[in-house]
Write a protein that binds this ligand. Sequence first.
Ligand code: GRF
Length: 224
Amino acid sequence: MRNTRRRTAILISGRGSNMASLIAAAKHPEYPAEIALVLSNRPEAAGLDYAREHHIATAAVDHKIYAGRENFEAVLQRMLEMHRIDLICLAGFMRLLTGSFTQRWQGRMLNIHPALLPSYKGLHTHERALADGVKIHGCTVHYVVPEMDSGPIIAQAAVPVLDTDDAGSLGVRVLEQEHIIYPRALGLVADERVKIENNRVVGACTHVEHTPLVVPGFDEEEDG
Ligand code: GRF
């Protein structure tokens, strides 16, 4: 393990449940990252209150008051430098970042996406997975590259899609897995236990939510 904890900023836009899972992990003294800043582009984001309650520095940079992405990102960058940030975790941060910002942080910026990438990039992932009838869904932590929801995959978790699922119930089970793999992925990166070879992360982690395989008509117990 490194002897200094990597100073990490979490960028949010909303409730911040993934942020909370990272904050909880970083409370462990041996966790290789410390959460040094929570920053939101929406001043009213509920996650900011949570971070403040946990005595973490917060900042709100309202994108609406800046003309253009570059100006907004210049302020983000200044905040990140002020707080001597080493790593960024995007956690429900609903702003697209420019190629130049992304490149500047390449290899040091992570994102969590509620689908098994490269399937279902973009929004409404649970609805689209259900509409396609896939039987396995999940979530992904990946390095951020200029192309949206792409970049080398650091961790994935798989969740079975049940016959009874709707987007809400499936989303809840995927979110539970997000809260497991994001702290794991940040830990791996902060501890420098992963490396990128071509487009693959070596040392990545996977998690599969366990449900027994039941094939109707074959595995059901017979009466009598
Ligand atoms: C999560 O589903 C995450 O995968 C996606 O945005 C959502 C954020 O939720 N990028 P929360 O704010 O972390 O609760």
